[in-house]
Design a protein around this ligand. Structure first.
Ligand code: HEC
Length: 486
């Protein structure tokens, strides 16, 4: 199984794939990829092998979910192997390395990646050559402990909060951290007591969105490493077990939402696609490319028949779930009618009315069903607009009874939270003291609090009738010996 002995055409294909694999590194060097150099230079673990493991293996082989008791996210564990007791990698000896045996196809099938198509011949050959060359770790992380469930991040300053959500019973508040989601006991957090109950440390460095399933048993998380990998995670909320880690695209993934029956999870991607998977299996059931820029938010209609999505392309789109088809633009299609991209969308809890918000700072409510033919220039689905907040709105949510709306904004390093009456559009309360841009808001299920988080890494609990701050806490565990900068 040596790539050099393949017929010429196979080598050409191999070189093309190699060139593709190394193209990012080549781009960084601003030199064209030189296939001959790629062939003769030693295989780079960081640039060529690790991306394959990230995309095809680490989802099932990380401390939060170590299938076969095998962890591939840390270099020492990667070489060691798992429950079989066989060394996964023996440097210099590919034929004694169990990993290579597991990925080498036999009659078109390979043991690993489990229940998935085998790696390409080129990828297998590349890994073989890397092992033959001594299986060296040339990554930046070489020698440093990787962050994973057994080595949770240590914080010196509070990380920016990009996402938060209450569990449906109101007992837990999930807040994004760096490389993890922090689950807090909501009542204790409010009381200023020790409240961190679980840390959900997965593969993604950057967390973009977090939502509890309708029954509260699962937590869906999207994120990734910007410009490298995207991921959807599904966690079991009760015991912090990772059910699913799905690699998606080569950039971070946004705007996760659950179908009302809790069976599907939808999200938006930086390759402009909208996707949905079965929560239980990870199987993709919806794929749509109607948007022309990053898709930042998704929400299902009340019956789950439709998916509504918003994008930096300034539109809110309606997609039919069973057929995966684009149905309509809910926002106006008149050129110039929309100002700036849309970043947040949520369906009203009981009616097919869609709250959206974005760059123009103006939350808007649209109806899903068009009951008149579209006229060019109309914005017929619009039900009402809400007073414009200063700056961009990053997050807008309904209260559980649908009577109120909370929105969080950011302008020039300052953030505000506003509460509106959903039906008559009155501004009920404002809180302009957010210590930085606000990127995430959520009503507690009983409607008595609005949690807000953003740039300064604090969660502020606000009284939605007055806007006043009830309490404030830093959800990330900050090293006590370190000065806390705010
Ligand atoms: C969908 C989940 C999944 C994916 C993806 C996956 N594995 Fe596995 N892997 C498993 C399971 C489960 C086992 C335990 C043995 C079994 O059930 O076949 C395992 C076992 C292994 C073992 C044996 C460990 C030992 O010493 O017992 C190796 C080596 C391995 N996997 C390598 C890989 C590599 C390399 C990839 C990527 C190319 C990969 N796996 C992708 C699920 C997965």
């Amino acid at each position: 199984m040596n790539v050099f002995r393949r017929p010429a055409w196979a080598v050409v294909i191999a070189l093309c794939v190699l060139a593709a694999l190394t193209s990012r590194a080549a781009a960084e060097d601003s030199k064209p990829a030189d296939p001959a150099a790629a062939e003769s230079a030693p295989v780079s673990y960081a640039k060529q092998v690790l991306p394959i493991f990230r995309e095809h293996c680490q989802g099932c082989h990380q401390p939060a979910m170590a299938k076969g008791e095998y962890v591939m996210t840390r270099f020492d564990a990667l070489a060691k192997g798992g429950e079989s007791g066989d060394a996964a990698i023996v440097p210099g000896k590919p034929d004694e390395s169990n990993l290579l045996a597991q990925i080498t196809p036999d009659a078109g099938k390979a043991e690993m990646p489990k229940d998935k198509p085998p790696l390409s011949e080129t990828q297998v050959a590349l890994i073989r050559r890397w092992i033959a060359e001594g299986a060296k770790d040339d990554s930046l992380a070489a020698g440093k402990p990787a962050i994973d469930a057994e080595h949770p991040p240590k914080y010196e300053t509070p990380p920016v909060i990009t996402a938060l959500d209450y569990s449906p019973d109101g007992r837990l508040l999930a807040v994004s951290g760096y490389h993890e989601v922090l689950l807090h006991d909501a009542a204790k957090l409010q009381a200023g007591e020790e409240s961190l109950v679980r840390r959900l440390v997965g593969l993604s460095e950057r967390i973009e969105s977090v939502r509890f399933s309708p029954d509260g048993t699962k937590l869906a998380v999207t994120g990734g490493q910007p410009g490298r990998t995207g991921e959807v995670q599904i966690w079991n909320a009760a015991d912090a077990k990772l059910d699913l880690s799905l690699p998606v695209t080569y950039d971070t993934v946004y705007g996760v939402s659950w179908s009302p029956d809790g069976k599907l999870v939808a999200f938006g991607c930086a390759d402009n696609t909208i996707r949905a998977i079965e929560a239980a299996t990870g199987k993709q059931v919806l794929f749509n490319g109607a948007h022309s820029d990053w898709v930042l938010g998704t929400t299902f209609s009340t019956k789950g028949t439709h998916l509504i999505t918003v994008s930096r392309d300034m539109t809110m789109k309606l997609i039919e779930v069973p057929t995966q088809r684009f149905v309509d633009n809910l926002t106006s299609i008149t050129p110039g009618a929309l100002k700036g991209g849309l970043g947040a969308v949520e369906c009203h809890p009981t009616k097919d009315e869609l709250l959206c918000a974005g760059s123009d700072g103006e939350p808007k409510l649209y109806k899903m069903e068009r009951d008149k033919a579209r006229q060019i220039g109309d914005d017929f689905n619009l039900i009402r607009k809400y007073a414009a907040m200063p700056g961009r709105v990053y997050s807008a949510r309904f209260s559980r009874d649908g009577t109120r709306i909370a929105a969080g904004s950011s302008l020039d390093g300052k953030g505000e939270v506003w509460i509106y009456d959903a039906a008559n559009a009155q501004v009920i309360a404002k809180n302009p003291d957010q210590g930085g841009g606000v990127f995430a808001v959520a009503f507690s299920p009983d409607g008595k609090l609005v949690a807000a988080g953003g740039f300064d890494g604090s969660v502020r609990l606000l009284d939605p009738t007055t806007g006043k701050e009830v309490s404030k806490a830093i959800p990330a565990p900050i090293a006590e010996t370190q000065p806390v900068t705010k």
